[in-house]
Structure formats: structure tokens, C-alpha cells
Design a protein around this ligand. Structure first.
Ligand SMILES: Cc1ncc(C[n+]2csc(CCOP(=O)(O)OP(=O)(O)O)c2C)c(N)n1
Ligand SMILES: [Mg+2]
Length: 578
């Protein structure tokens, strides 16, 4: 058989180190999947919904740092990829999407399943091109791979189905495309300006994010020289929290009060590899120095006095010799004391709630943390599972935490875990799922069994879209449309061939988690958790306090007094000690 365009694509992917492709086949994609089958060295990772393929690729790339690939058939098939691709692109992880397309000669005639993928994918990619003639491949593929790797995002190659099957124009052998890591640091003048600001300040705080990957030593050295508390954004948690005497926790809507205070009380702020989006959490009227490899991202959250374009590692290495080490640790000591108090309160919440039924989610998250492997990979659903993961999962430099932290999509935990587990079959992968989240892509439980992926899923089953209820309360809106009348998820998991167990008594939790974690295959633990758990943001604005009062009044007026009593009962202890 002649070498097809699809064969050359597969050879290029293989030469570039790709080992897996997530997706669902279909008419227009068949030329590509057939080339994969004939080659046999790249695994086809079958999923049940293309959105899961994209989230799996995002999880795979986030864990490995390498390029991950997903593929879907034309029209509805590749439309389903979009939400997961938005997530990958916003998380800055390298993903290639192969979007099969209708026959080229039919484009423009409202043909069966016709869409315009190169327009649809534009917004969720760093590169997106339609292949019109076979001779464009594999060059377009090489450009796409390089774009995904160097610009850290999603590249989409749109290929009409017949192009895959076309005989390759010439076969000069595959060109491998691999990531390269340039040394990138700012110019001397910018560094001197930054040093001047920092040497003049007496209460420096560092806000660090995912851009600190590979720069833990530099972060610690800089914090030491500046005697600076280190606050992190959610995506920095697994990179920054461990082995860090300067750690004062996370800031943001689901963060720690100490993280917020350290930002509030500083007289200079250094942002290291973070694009933390919530402007009310930034300090006002203090000089800000921001380090980012992508210069265009600097200054879009807060006015920045000194922009430093470079990697965190190279920039801090260049900046450190210009810093006069500070002797006064007053600011750092105060913030660390604040952090210790906040941490002790959170730990007490988990400890004191061991015997409640239904269970308190703090206790559940702390138990997962306690029983998980030292090198576990956690994924967390958007919703309150993110809050419990942020507060109770302890990172150690080896554990990882992956989620939809920038795009904020529900239902990410299970498919992210699929990608993580496919990429690292030997590691324990634990998904912290919401009951809303798991139901959204429930079919992916079947993927776990079919693909032999021993992911452990823990469902925080609170019978509600709980995070939305919190948002409604904060805005003074009566709870509405958030009830979830759930099935027995454990029984459903068993029906799908997983180990499944339901827990409604606190005393049974640890045994259930141990059994699930020890099970040689995929497992689901459905934990009945309390619905009205308050997870107050560290900074309650006047609007939020007003909103909460309004909610209470309106709830009583609309006959929901029972809900208020339940809320009070659930949170009494937390409110007392906050
Ligand atoms: C795809 C998507 N739809 C809706 C939302 C809005 N939203 C954010 S959190 C949430 C509730 C999540 O519910 P669940 O998974 O049960 O977690 P819980 O907060 O109850 O723990 C919703 C609806 C979203 N972020 N993403
Ligand atoms: Mg829920």
C-alpha cells in the first residue's frame, strides 16, 4: 500500500515522541485512525465523549510537560472537543488537536455536518489551520507541533477526510519536533530598576504561580534574600507549597486569609510566573514587579512598575546578585504567624468533624490526603472539590494537582485523571469529583474500565451544585435550580465494571478509601457530604456581607427557613472560630 498523508502524519508524531492519541473515530477521521492501526506504536486512547479526549490530553500534558494529542471526526465530533481545548489553551499546556473535516470540495455548501473548524477553534488555540491540499502536510503539522510546544497552548490541524487517504507527495522521512528551552532573562536596565524597588522596600511579598515550574530553588533564594512571604495562586500550589519556609498559603476566592493579608500589607509586590486574575485581591498603591516569559501578559491585572520578561528561573538568577539581603523579618514573621493560625483553624475543622453523618467535606479531603500515595496525582472538579483540594491536599514536590484552574469548567476531574493515568500508568491517580461534575461526563467511568486505567474517583456527593449555592448566597439570591436528585453512583460504577462503594457514615470513610486505593483497577467512592457547607472567601466584601443578609431575609420570606437552620447547624463551629 502506498504511503498516505496520514502515514506521514503518524510518522511525524511518533518521531516527535507522541505515544498516545485520545479521541473517538468517525468517517472523516478514519484515514488517520487506520494509519495509527497500521503503524501500531501509538496507542489509541478511546473515550466516550470528545470533550473528555481534550481534557485527557490537557491532563496528560500538564503532568508530563510533553505534547499530548487528541483527535475527532468532523462537525459534531470536533465541536465536542472545544471546551476541553479552551481549558488546555488557558492552562498553557501543549496539545495538538486533529480535527477531521468534511470533503474539501463540499466546503461552503452547507454539507452534512459542515462547520468551519478553523473559525470555531481560533479562540481556543495558538495555531489553527485548514489543510486544503495534501502537499501542505506534513509541513503544517510540524508548524502546529512547534506552535503548541513553544507558545504553550493548543494547535489545531483541520484536515478534510480524503486528504488523510491521499498518497503522500514525497517521503523524505519524518521531521521530529521537540520542545526547546531557551535561556530568557530581562535586560540589565530592567533588572537594575527591579533591584532598586526591592532594595528600597521593607515589606516585600511574592505572589507565585505556575510559571515557577523548574524554579523552586530560585523562588526560595529570592524569598530568603527579601525575607518575603510567598503567596500562591491555585495553579502554583503543587510547585510552591512544599519545602517552603516562606509559604503563607493561597490567595483568591477560595484561598486563605493569610494569603490575602500578605498581599494587603506589603510595600512592594513581586509576581513570579502568575497571571492571577482577581483584581480585588491585589494591593493598591504599591510598586509591582512582574516576571513572565510572555511579555504581553504583564500588567493586565494590576499596574506594573517594572516589567521583567524572562523565565522565573533565569530572571531570578540574574536579579539575585543585585539584591541586598534584608535583615528584618518582621513582615515575614507576622504573615507566617497568620498562616499558622489559619492553617490550624482549617485543620481543626477537618479534625472536629470526623464523626458527622453525612460527612463534612473537610474531613473527607483530609482523609484522602492522609491515605494517598506520596507520589499521587490529584485532579479536582471545579466546584467545592477545588476548595477542599486547595485547603487539605498537602504537596511534597512529587505529588501533583491538576484541574481546570484558569478555564473553570465543571467535570474536568475524571477526564483529566484519564490523561494523567494513561501517561503514568504506575502512579496513583485520584479524582476529587463533584456530584454535578461526575454526572456531566459519567460515561467516562466506562473509559476507565475499557482502557484499564486504575483511577480512583472520590465523589463529594452533596446533592447539589453547592458552589453555585454559595455564589447565590453571596449575591443575596434565593437558592434555585441547584438541587441534584442523584442515583447511587457506587452502584452505577459497579454496573460499569468498577469497584464501587458508598459511604454515608464518617466511621466507614477510611476503610472505603483504603479498599478503593488498594484495588487493582478503577474504583469509585461515593461519599455523602453535607450540602450547606460554608467556605467563606478570605475577604468578604461589603457586597458579599450585604448579599448574605439579603439571601437570609429572602430565604425566610420565600419559606426556606429550614434551609437557614440547616446552614447554621452545619457551620456553627466554623463561624464561631473564624
Ligand atoms: C461546564 C460548566 N457549567 C457550569 C458551571 C458553573 N458552575 C461552577 S461550579 C458548579 C457546581 C458544581 O457542582 P458539583 O460538581 O456538584 O460540585 P459542588 O460545588 O456541589 O461540590 C457550577 C454549575 C461551570 N463552571 N462549568
Ligand atoms: Mg455537588
Amino acid at each position: 500500500m502506498a504511503t498516505t498523508v496520514a502515514d506521514v502524519m503518524v510518522a511525524t508524531l511518533k518521531a516527535s515522541g507522541v505515544q498516545r492519541v485520545y479521541g473517538i473515530p468517525g468517517d472523516s477521521l478514519n484515514g488517520f485512525t487506520d494509519a495509527l492501526r497500521r503503524d501500531g506504536s501509538i496507542t489509541w486512547q478511546h473515550v466516550r465523549h470528545e470533550e473528555a479526549a481534550a481534557f485527557a490530553a490537557a491532563g496528560d500534558a500538564a503532568l508530563t510537560g510533553d505534547l499530548a494529542v487528541c483527535a475527532a471526526s468532523c462537525g459534531p465530533g470536533n465541536l465536542h472537543l472545544i471546551n476541553g481545548l479552551f481549558d488546555a489553551n488557558r492552562s498553557g499546556v501543549p496539545v495538538l488537536a486533529i480535527a477531521a473535516h468534511i470533503p474539501a470540495e463540499e466546503i461552503g455548501g452547507e454539507y452534512f455536518q459542515e462547520t468551519h473548524p478553523q473559525e470555531l477553534f481560533r479562540e481556543c488555540s495558538v495555531y489553527c489551520e485548514l489543510v486544503s491540499v495534501p502537499a501542505q502536510l506534513p509541513r503544517i503539522l510540524q508548524i502546529a507541533l512547534r506552535a503548541a510546544l513553544q507558545r504553550r497552548g493548543v494547535a489545531v490541524v483541520v484536515v478534510p477526510g480524503e486528504v488523510f487517504l491521499h498518497e503522500a507527495a514525497h517521503d523524505a522521512g519524518p521531521v521530529p519536533v521537540r520542545a526547546v528551552s531557551p535561556v530568557m532573562r530581562p535586560d540589565e536596565e530592567s533588572l537594575a530598576a527591579a533591584a532598586q524597588v526591592l532594595n528600597a522596600a521593607s515589606r516585600v511579598t511574592i505572589l507565585a504561580g505556575a510559571g515557577c515550574a523548574g524554579a523552586h530553588d530560585q523562588l526560595i533564594s529570592l524569598a530568603g534574600a527579601l525575607q518575603a512571604p510567598v503567596v500562591h495562586a491555585f495553579r502554583g500550589k503543587d510547585l510552591i507549597e512544599h519545602d517552603n519556609p516562606y509559604d503563607v498559603g493561597m490567595t483568591g476566592l477560595i484561598g486563605f486569609s493569610s494569603g490575602y493579608r500578605a498581599m494587603e500589607h506589603c510595600d512592594a509586590l513581586v509576581m513570579l510566573g502568575t497571571d492571577f486574575p482577581y483584581r480585588p485581591f491585589y494591593p493598591e498603591g504599591v510598586p509591582v514587579i512582574q516576571v513572565d516569559v510572555r511579555g504581553e501578559r504583564i500588567g493586565r491585572r494590576v499596574p506594573v512598575q517594572v516589567p521583567l520578561v524572562g523565565t522565573v528561573k533565569d530572571t531570578v538568577d540574574a536579579l539575585l546578585p543585585m539584591i541586598t539581603a534584608k535583615a528584618d523579618s518582621g513582615h515575614l514573621d507576622r504573615m507566617r504567624a497568620h498562616y499558622r493560625r489559619a492553617r490550624a483553624r482549617l485543620d481543626k475543622l477537618a479534625r472536629d468533624r470526623q464523626n458527622h453523618s453525612p460527612l463534612h467535606p473537610q474531613y473527607v479531603a483530609a482523609a484522602i490526603d492522609k491515605l494517598a500515595a506520596a507520589d499521587a496525582v490529584f485532579t479536582a472538579d471545579v466546584g467545592t472539590p477545588c476548595i477542599w483540594a486547595a485547603r487539605y491536599l498537602r504537596m511534597n514536590g512529587t505529588r501533583r494537582l491538576i484541574g481546570s484552574f484558569n478555564h473553570g469548567s465543571m467535570a474536568n476531574a475524571l477526564p483529566n485523571a484519564i490523561g494523567a493515568q494513561a501517561a503514568r500508568p504506575g502512579r496513583q491517580v485520584i479524582a476529587l469529583s463533584g456530584d454535578g461534575g461526575i454526572a456531566m461526563l459519567l460515561g467516562e467511568l466506562i473509559t476507565l474500565r475499557q482502557q484499564r486505567l486504575p483511577v480512583k474517583v472520590v465523589v463529594f456527593n452533596n446533592g447539589a451544585l453547592s458552589f453555585v449555592e454559595l455564589e447565590m448566597k453571596a449575591a443575596g439570591i434565593v437558592t434555585y435550580g441547584t438541587d441534584l436528585d442523584n442515583p447511587d453512583f457506587a452502584a452505577m460504577a459497579r454496573a460499569a465494571g468498577l469497584f464501587g462503594v458508598q459511604v454515608d457514615k464518617a466511621g466507614d470513610l477510611e476503610d472505603a478509601l483504603r479498599a478503593a486505593f488498594a484495588h487493582d483497577g478503577p474504583a469509585l467512592v461515593d461519599v455523602q457530604t453535607v450540602r450547606y457547607e460554608l467556605s467563606l472567601p478570605p475577604k468578604l466584601s461589603y457586597g458579599e456581607i450585604k448579599g448574605f443578609t439579603l439571601y437570609a431575609t429572602r430565604t425566610i420570606l420565600s419559606g426556606g427557613g429550614e434551609e437557614l437552620v440547616e446552614l447554621a447547624r452545619t457551620n456553627l463551629r466554623q463561624l464561631e472560630i473564624e
